[in-house]
Design a binder for this molecule. Structure first.
Ligand SMILES: Nc1ncnc2c1ncn2[C@@H]1O[C@H](COP(=O)(O)OP(=O)(O)OP(=O)(O)O)[C@@H](O)[C@H]1O
Length: 762
């Protein structure tokens, strides 16, 4: 809140009966302009009434003041001399209590006290000028204090409803008598015991051990105040039958707590002061000189403080008043100690200068009004009072809640990042894909699962993982050796050794056995004739299930591989190998599906007593596999060892017997780049062309179809009726739009294929 001047109003009491009777006493003061307008009837919270009052005091002829106005007689001589004053509002003698309350800024002060400001309203003036009447009033004319109490309770009720606040109002009442502070809310011995006025480094001066009574409602509060006022020291003298012999200070502590939002508490106050009146002993003829002396002393000190503050530029200097305001004698009186924050300090303040109307006290009236104008020039710096510790606690609670929320979010982020890091890291990534690798290994008949079980200890550390890699390489070699050993034992049965690894998968129980999709032939396998595709309850279903799983695994593997790569990790050779093996497996499954779809099953081998049909199929499959896994350079050197991979004695034997002309001896190494040696049509026993003669001018699928047609024609030569039927079936399927020979992709040489070739060579 910006600095603001002390709000000064002037009230002129009416002439009392005695004064009216006196022929010597005349009205010497009048209100030229009240400063009250229609807006002053509006008690809006922050309305500060007073458009600027004007009071004019007629001075006695013997009084000469610096700035006066005068009227002159017709002869040019001065008739009357006036002194004018400009309070915020001037109240003539006819003003009612209610008008004064409404047009004072007391409602505004009360509103500010509910917001946490400390405010002071004090009545100042000569004894008998109407201070007590203005503050306390009479039974039927309650003064501003009781109106303020009424207004405070109504306002807190309204504010608590509108702003979800809870207010607590407490009351204290003291009198400063003979420079001592007495608690008016106590009785007996306590009432007579003066209280200490102490100084707090932040709160300023305060009355120690002062009683505070909580006020529940207006009536209780007013009743309490009246009880306190009854204990005030009063005495009669010449100028006032019930003259206040002490300064009365009634304070209403307005503690507000915001129930919603911040929960902060405000600690406002409204202190209403009825000062004892300045008096001249010769006028009052008071018998208690000491009492009058203290009154005058405190008022005199108040005057000096006001004067000192005015010299200070109208305000207290910042910082501690003790050190920085040495020229302001506020410590010389208890009154000024307790009022100092209202006079140029942090409190909001208003003053009502009460004056008597008669010309017999013009001197005191001029002095009061002069004092009022000096007070009017004092600038206060109102500051709101919120419990700093409580506000700090509230702010910290909010901060803690905010941090808790952030912490939860961060924890989630950490978990996510950890999971990503775990997946991306070579160690954890591999272990996350352990199941995947294991399944692929198992599917392709490899040993990955076993290796993982042997090499991985389940600990989540990279060292174990790399240990696992080393183990795997060793195991892989052992398995290769194992294959070789197995092959050696079954010498000459190359395909029989290699293919069972594949066909064994068909022995796995199908999760949901179902009839073959299009079984053309499902004859039981012959125990006397080794089959490439041993009997399975539902080979087609198993085949399809496996194919789907292979596709899924391949996608998962590709994803894992991309994850590794995107995170900058080196792709482990095992992953690459598994990827190649999956592709091999896909090709093999495709072939088996095509065979099954065509009804070309080795279950028919029972009708092939000499084994020609079977050997023809096996040779075709082997050729197809070799083609699919070709090295791509057309030289037949699939494993890159510089030798033609078609030089196996067994393969040459098959070629010579079944398909190829003498001396060719080579299986087409690549469907894309045909072996020039095999590019010409090669006669077989039926005089048909080489079935593996790949024609680049045709599509890949067309080449495959031709190859199969040729194969079936060869078979038809062996068993014309059955093979011819199968060929017709093929044609029907093709004609029906069934694409049995989708595009095949060029393959890279795989380690497993190389192993097969090595085995073949052996
Ligand atoms: N505005 C007023 N209207 C009617 N009567 C008033 C008014 N002001 C004061 N009086 C009467 O004048 C008398 C003196 O008033 P009051 O006691 O309030 O003076 P005071 O300034 O408090 O004097 P003191 O300093 O001695 O206590 C009282 O009888 C009071 O009723």
């Amino acid at each position: 809140m910006p600095p603001q001047n002390i709000h000064v109003i002037v009230r002129i009491r009416p002439l009392n009966a005695q004064e009216k009777k006196s022929k010597k006493i005349k009205r010497a003061i009048k209100v030229v302009r009240t400063g009250v307008d229609d807006r002053d009837l509006d008690l809006s919270p922050n309305r500060v009434p007073g458009a600027g009052g004007l009071v004019q005091v007629e001075l006695p002829n013997d009084v000469r003041l610096p700035t006066v106005n005068s009227t002159k007689k017709s002869n040019g001589k001065i008739d009357k001399t006036y002194k004018q004053y400009h309070p915020a509002v001037a109240f003539p003698p006819s003003s009612t209590q209610q008008e004064v309350f409404h047009s004072s800024n007391l409602p505004s002060l009360i509103n500010h006290s509910m917001n946490g400001y400390r405010t002071t309203f004090f009545a100042y003036g000569q004894t008998g000028a109407g201070k007590t009447f203005t503050v306390l009033g009479e039974d039927k004319k309650p003064g501003l204090l009781f109106r303020a109490v009424n207004y405070l309770f109504k306002s807190t009720k309204l504010k608590s409803e509108n702003e979800k606040m809870k207010f607590t109002i407490r009351l204290s009442a003291i009198e400063l008598y003979n420079e001592q502070c007495f608690d008016l809310l106590t009785t007996g011995h306590a009432r007579m015991k003066p209280l200490q006025v102490r100084e707090h480094n932040k709160q300023g001066y305060y009355v120690d051990r002062l009683t505070g009574i909580r006020c529940i409602n207006v009536n209780q509060c007013i009743h309490t105040i009246k009880g306190a006022v009854r204990q005030r020291t009063v005495g009669g003298h010449q100028m006032n039958a019930r003259s206040s012999r002490s300064h009365l200070m009634i304070t209403l502590y307005v503690d507000g707590t915001y129930l919603a939002s911040t929960g902060a508490s405000t600690f406002g106050r409204i202190t209403i002061v009825d000062l004892a009146g300045s008096e001249r002993l010769k006028d009052t003829r008071s018998g208690n000189v000491k009492e009058s002396g203290f009154i005058n002393k405190s008022l005199y000190t108040l005057g000096k403080v006001i004067n000192g503050i005015a010299k200070n530029g109208g305000t207290l200097l910042p910082g501690t008043t003790r050190r920085h305001n040495q020229n302001i004698p506020f410590r010389e009186s208890v009154l000024t100690k307790l009022l100092v924050q209202s006079l140029g300090g942090e409190n909001m303040c208003a003053m009502c200068a009460c004056v008597s109307p008669g010309n017999h006290v013009t001197g005191e009236t001029v002095r009061t009004l002069g004092f009022a104008m000096m007070v009017k020039g004092i600038m206060n710096h109102p500051s709101i009072h919120i419990d700093e510790q409580e506000k700090l606690v509230t702010d910290l609670k909010k901060e803690i809640e905010k941090l808790k929320r952030e912490n939860i979010q961060l924890k989630h982020m950490v978990i996510e990042v950890s999971q990503e890091a775990s997946l991306a890291s070579t160690k954890s990534g591999a272990q996350n894909h352990l199941g995947l690798v294991s399944e692929i290994d198992h599917l392709v008949g490899g040993t990955g699962t076993k290796v993982l079980q042997n090499g991985g200890d389940g600990d989540d550390d990279g060292e174990e993982y790399f240990q696992f890699d080393d183990d795997f390489e060793e195991e892989e070699e052992e398995n290769n050796i194992s294959y070789d050993d197995e092959y050696d034992e079954e010498e000459g049965e190359e395909e029989k050794i290699n293919f069972p690894t594949i066909s064994s998968r068909y022995n796995e129980p199908s999760p949901s056995p179902s009839p073959p999709i299009s079984p053309i032939s499902s004859a039981p396998s012959s125990p006397h004739s080794p089959s490439l595709f041993p009997t399975a309850p539902s080979p087609m279903k198993s085949n399809i299930d496996t194919s789907q799983r292979v596709v899924q695994l391949k996608a998962m593997l590709t994803e894992a591989k991309m994850q590794f790569q995107s995170d900058g990790n080196e792709i482990h050779p095992h992953i690459l190998q598994l990827e190649n093996e999956l592709e091999d497996l896909q090709k093999e499954l495709q072939l088996s599906a095509q065979l099954a779809g065509l009804g070309v099953s080795l279950e028919d081998s029972g009708e092939d007593p000499d084994g020609k049909q079977q050997r023809a199929l096996e040779a075709m499959i082997a050729a197809t596999m070799s083609t699919a896994a070709g090295d791509g350079d057309g030289d037949g050197d699939i494993d890159g060892d510089g030798e033609s991979d078609g030089e196996s004695d067994e393969e040459e034997k098959y070629s010579e017997q079944q398909y190829y002309s003498e001396g060719s001896g080579s299986i087409p190494s690549s469907p894309i780049t045909p072996n020039p040696n095999n590019n010409s049509n090669v006669s077989n026993t039926s005089g048909r062309s080489n079935p593996f003669n790949w024609d680049e001018s045709q599509g890949e699928g067309e080449n495959w179809r031709n190859m199969w047609e040729n194969s079936l024609r060869i078979l038809a030569d062996v068993d014309e009726g059955d093979a011819a039927a199968k060929l017709k079936q093929l044609e029907l399927l093709e004609r029906g739009g069934v694409n049995l020979f989708g595009d095949s992709k060029k393959k890279t040489t795989t380690k497993k294929t190389k192993t097969k070739k090595k085995n073949r060579r052996k």
